[in-house]
Ligand binder design. Sequence first.
Ligand SMILES: Cc1cc2nc3c(=O)[nH]c(=O)nc-3n(C[C@H](O)[C@H](O)[C@H](O)COP(=O)(O)OP(=O)(O)OC[C@H]3O[C@@H](n4cnc5c(N)ncnc54)[C@H](O)[C@@H]3O)c2cc1C
Ligand code: FES
Length: 275
Amino acid sequence: MSAWLTAVNRHRTTSILKVEAVSPTVKVFTFKDRQCAKACPGQFLMLWIPSVDEIPLSILDVDREKATVSVAVKRVGEATGALHNMRAGDKIGVRGPFGNSFTPKKGKVLLVGGGVGIAPLTFLAKELAAKTASKTVVVLGAKTIEELIFLDKLKGLCGEENVLAATEDGSYGIKGLASSLAESVMTREKFDAVYTCGPEPMTRAVLDHAEKLGVYAEASLERIMRCAIGICGSCVIGGYRVCRDGPIFNINQLKTVKNEFGFWKRDFNGKRVAV
Ligand SMILES: Cc1cc2nc3c(=O)[nH]c(=O)nc-3n(C[C@H](O)[C@H](O)[C@H](O)COP(=O)(O)OP(=O)(O)OC[C@H]3O[C@@H](n4cnc5c(N)ncnc54)[C@H](O)[C@@H]3O)c2cc1C
Ligand code: FES
């Protein structure tokens, strides 16, 4: 293991500085961690909830000067439920940052995020706004208006007219799926790159459309992760380990795992299950 990976993989204990509810099911947690505050958009960390579990989470934002990090966490089960019950001052553990990051391209780019999958794309939008003069269009999707997170933040970063939304119940924006809205936007306008993160059937549909149009694209993948450093094999897709070779994969890499991507993954016992 390289000296760099040994350093980031060392378990650190820190305290939660701030907890903010951003939807009925999602909270943002901010804490101090010097290593993770150096992260790039797309990287993830492993967050340890004492006596419960350690879980992978995408990095939502960093403040390099204050050395703080934020993550957006959806309550889905035991670990995320326990984390949602924690408050400022409570102790947590951190390893990371792990994995690769999005490749920011110049020009006109499209970000397509579903649910809490918009978290790493919000970090990317911030970097694109600061570093390139490119136009960034965002397609944001959720089940209902209440679950449409970071809408105002993204409007502030990319311009109000460049943030489009789809909700499944039609309570905000277009009624339907983010992937359908993204497909119509991509057909109407030409983009230099597309970045996507969210439910895998959504990212698969976006990537398939990008391939049809010949547009460069990257997607962030989720698999069960335990070690986060490429040893345990629980995150494998085709010949890739998502924790070390990803979580960001480009369109050419994903072409080689077409039979798996968007269709199935491994569960905690290594059994194939539908995504
Ligand atoms: C690279 C990566 C980045 C992620 N980023 C975010 C994020 O920014 N915000 C967010 O809310 N969630 C994120 N997740 C998903 C998050 O890790 C799971 O929701 C969490 O682990 C669920 O834990 P639980 O005990 O609450 O739920 P459980 O009841 O244990 O599981 C509920 C479901 O969550 C998934 N899951 C559980 N444990 C893991 C694990 N160790 N690795 C991957 N998936 C798991 C499984 O699909 C499982 O069926 C990310 C996952 C990965 C792999
Ligand atoms: S999580 Fe262990 S190899 Fe990827």
